[in-house]
Each structure stands twice: as C-alpha cells, then as structure tokens.
Design a protein. Structure first.
Length: 276
C-alpha cells in the first residue's frame, strides 16, 4: 500500500466450480471490444488490452485507476489481470518510461499481469457504463427514446433525465452525499427545483454548455473548474461537482460482474480512496 492511499476491498466474486477454467486474454479483449463498441469512440488513450501478460485469465482485480496501489493489490491477490477505467498511454503524455511510469510498468511486466483499460466506452455503455450505473445509484430516471437512453454532447456522453422523488437541488445534493459518500460542491440555489437533469461522470465540466443546450436545468459531473462556475451562474443552471472518482467507481464494477457471468472467472473490486 502506498502512503496516503486507503484501499477498502469491496468484493464481487464469481468463480467456476472447482476454480478451473479461465479465458484467454485475447478472447476476453475481443469480447470486451465488441460489447463496449470500442471502435466508435475518439478517445484520449488506447482502449483494450494495454499491456499483455499471461495468456489465460482466471482472476481479475477491478479498480477505477491503474495506480501503483491497485497493481500491488492485484499482485498480492495472485490475479492474472487488472481491469480499470483509467489506464495508461494518454495523448500528449510524456512517453518516456521514468519515475512512476517505470515503477508501474515494471510491476505489471515483472508479474506477467494483463492490463485491460476502457475509458469513454465504459462511460457510455447503456448497461455497464459509468453514466448508467450512476443513474442506478442515485435513483435517476433516464429519458428513453425507443427504449434507448437519450444522450447529447461528444460521443453521446451526456445522459438526460429526471430525478423522481426529489423536489429541490438541495435534496439531490443530499442524496449524492449520502450515496456516494462524498459531499458535492453545489453552484446554485439549493431551494430551486431540480427540473430536467443531465449527467456525465468524471471530468465533464467543459460539457456544461452541451447540457444547457439540451434543456438541462441541473447538471452533475465529477469535477468543476473556474469558468464553469460563471457559466452555471449566468445561465441559471444548478451545477453539482460530485467527485471524479466517486462518480466513476461503479461502471468498472458492473463490467467486472458481466465478465464474471460470461466467462465464469473470479472478479474482485478494490476501491482505492481518492477525494477528487
């Protein structure tokens, strides 16, 4: 464990009888690429099997981010793979293998660990995605068009809907604090009606205008920036920054459960606490 990082293991275990079986890393990567429709996204990093490890996968550790703490947990657990939302090799990132990058990469390669990472495809998936799972956790009701969630913005990443049973923005903020275990930052009058709501997990504060253009009166995302405050105030839009990590801890869990159900392998989720 790294100083300053607290891990609380939340386990979801699905294993075949007798612990046998497994799936090849390539077959798992192919299935995930198809199910998550990886090819349709213009992303900031490669999605899929980012680092190849041992050929057969029987046990996966799922986490939000491929941090050193998550990697060490996977190694200590004897896992064959690490499944994350935030992987490596981001655009415009220094490509040199030095410092923390060297440490992480050495650990993964040295222990023959497969690293599977899915960024925007996991945000957007209609069942397992971060937006879909956040809606379930917060009790939001997506607007459906012919049975499909109504979305807007880049790659359809913003979801639109209502917050049944919640009268005011303050009520919504209280529910977020209770269910995500993190107090959100609220810009706007807590007494105003929630109205039409839009949400996009993670760092989607720059997509606020897209939500406004789609008719949202309230917007939830993970982070906030200085210009966002002014835009929210000047348009009369309630803005809730609910935490990047807090809003994105659920999609990878749902994806892990789907993998376990499909291939009969063990998947455990580890939550590495992150206040941002």
């Amino acid at each position: 464990m790294i100083a300053g990082e607290r891990a609380s293991a939340q386990t979801q275990t699905h294993a075949p009888a007798g612990g046998a079986g497994g799936v090849s890393a390539e077959e798992l990567a192919s299935w995930l690429a198809a199910e998550l429709q990886v090819a349709r996204f213009r992303d900031y990093c490669p999605n899929g099997l980012q680092v190849e490890g041992r050929p057969v996968v029987r046990h996966i550790i799922a986490a939000v981010t491929a941090s050193e703490a998550a990697i060490r947990h996977a190694i200590d657990a004897g896992a064959d793979g690490l499944l994350v939302h935030h992987g490596w090799f981001w655009k415009n990132e220094d490509p040199r293998v030095r410092g923390t990058r060297r440490t992480r990469l050495s650990l993964v390669l040295g222990h023959d660990l497969n690293l599977f990472a899915y960024h925007l495809p996991l945000d957007a998936h209609p069942r397992w995605g971060n937006n879909a799972q956040l809606a379930e956790v917060l009790g939001l009701a997506p607007h459906l068009v012919e049975g499909v969630p109504q979305t807007t913005g880049h790659d359809g990443l913003i979801w639109l809907g209502q917050a049944p049973g919640l009268a005011t923005v303050g009520d919504l903020a209280a529910r977020i604090a209770q269910r995500l275990r993190r107090e959100p930052m609220l810009i706007g009058d807590p007494a105003r009606p929630v109205g039409r709501i839009a949400w996009c997990t993670g760092a989607a504060q720059s997509m606020l205008q897209d939500a406004i253009d789609a008719g949202a009166q309230t917007y939830i995302t993970g982070e906030i920036s200085e210009p966002t405050v002014h835009l929210a105030r000047e348009t009369g839009t309630a803005f809730l920054a609910a935490g990047h990590h807090a809003t994105e801890r659920y999609g990878v869990q749902a994806l892990g459960q789907a993998i376990a159900a499909r291939f009969g392998i063990r998947v455990d989720f580890i939550d590495i606490d992150n206040p941002v």
